[in-house]
Design a protein around this ligand. Structure first.
Ligand code: DGI
Ligand code: FE
Ligand code: FE
Length: 204
């Protein structure tokens, strides 16, 4: 029977041999940040660690390779994904986590699957991974990173909303195609945070 620590060490070795050094460091950093957020919000530390470690496992492939691999394994890609291929490593990464790394925990697979776009009705691990990917210590400086790091430990939904807003602004400025799921995630968290702030003010 393999222990949790042995499982993590095995995954790290596999990832280190396949990912470029900076991507591997990012994966470790996201993994630790997921665990820190899991401590804060009372989520299972080991599942958070695995989601962080494996989330970018498909990042070694280029866009065209990913499209071919999805086709080969009967993974359906939406029109939105084909127009914004930078998001496909999340869906194929979830497939790899299941079929190459032997993960069968649906919460871990779901978190990997939506870590780039987000989606409406995200579970706690979905949000932890999405946010950890953005705030991890080695992340290149986005202008609002300090605020986001603080907010992540105050309120997951508010942090989701702010990060999605920043991502959409960035994507629009780049004039690149936006996956409808990214827009749907933003609309969902905008409405959720609006309702939450309404509830807080209406209590006063
Ligand atoms: O894999 P990472 O670099 O750690 O980060 P990520 O998985 O969040 O995102 C990879 C890229 O995908 C990042 O530059 C932002 C971009 N992205 C997120 N949503 C969309 C998107 N790109 C397009 N074109 N459309 C989207 O909706
Ligand atoms: Fe990613
Ligand atoms: Fe990442």
């Amino acid at each position: 029977m393999i222990t949790i620590d042995e499982q993590v060490i095995t995954y790290r070795k596999q990832l280190k041999s396949k990912l470029d050094p900076m991507r591997y460091e990012h994966s470790l950093s996201v993994s630790y940040t997921c665990m820190a957020l899991a401590m804060r919000y009372g989520y299972d530390l080991h599942r958070a660690e695995l989601a962080g470690l494996l989330h970018d496992c498909a990042k070694r492939y280029g866009d065209n390779e990913l499209i071919v691999k999805c086709h080969k394994h009967n993974i359906t890609l939406t029109e939105g994904e084909l127009k914004a291929p930078a998001v496909i490593h999340a869906k194929y990464g979830a497939w790899m986590a299941e079929h190459k790394f032997g993960i069968h925990d649906e919460e871990i697979l779901s978190a990997i699957r939506c870590h780039t776009t987000g989606k409406p009705w995200m579970g706690m691990l979905d949000k932890i991974l999405y946010i950890a990917d953005y705030i991890e210590p080695r992340r290149a400086k986005a202008s609002n990173l300090g605020q986001m790091r603080h907010l992540a430990y105050q309120d997951l939904d508010q942090a989701m909303y702010e990060i999605l807003a920043g991502t959409l602004t960035y994507l629009k400025r780049k004039n690149t195609s936006i996956d409808p799921l990214t827009q749907q995630a933003y609309d969902f968290f905008e409405e959720l945070t609006r309702q939450k702030s309404f509830r807080i003010t209406s209590k006063v």
